[in-house]
Design a protein around this ligand. Sequence first.
Ligand code: B16
Ligand code: MG
Length: 214
Amino acid sequence: NFKLFIFDLDGVLTESSEQHFLAWKKLSDELGISIDEKFNDQLKGISRMDSLERILANGGIAENYSKKQKEDLAARKNEYYVSMISQFTEENLNDGVRELFSKLKKHNILIAIGSASKNAPLLLKKLNIEKYIDYIVNPKNLKSKPAPDIFLNAANKWSIEPRDCVGIEDSVSGISSIKSAGMFAIGIGDQKVLNQADIVYKQTKEVNLLDLLK
Ligand code: B16
Ligand code: MG
């Protein structure tokens, strides 16, 4: 009897990984290193600081920067990213999301956002879906995915048992996070990549709520 659905944001509700990539690429270019879209796949679901560390290590320049300098670099990337997503509108909402949210509401199932992104509230506002969302997990001070903390934080909000919760994720680290939280995991993407998930759909619009509630 599912009581709560916890949605990842980037890759499930909208495709902002393109903007994350462009912002990291702009920063990387300025630092004289390069990243490509394939490398960017590794950054999905990973926190801002961890992403920066991976990019600097990949470019062989991780030792060149102090902690403070790294914080400044991460802040610079975020400025680029925020200015890019400030252009987002309802058009950037993935197909089927609004319909799925409406159906969940009809079944009195709670909706939470379990994203690694500190920009989640801004993005939800731009996508005009705030009214459906009962709770947004604040990832600050929580262990990053694949730790279960982000998903457990949402369940704890209402003291709901993990087995009564569903997590929806597009990243491998996110699916691990849901499974170690003891929840039912829906993967969005490639079955071969997300093989730890309980069920995988290629796209969010394919999620079949009635089947899941059976
Ligand atoms: P921010 P998700 C994640 O979003 C992104 O996939 C990842 O690329 C990004 O680094 C992370 O959010 C942190 O985002 O810099 O905005 O705090 O998939 O967990 O919704
Ligand atoms: Mg994601």
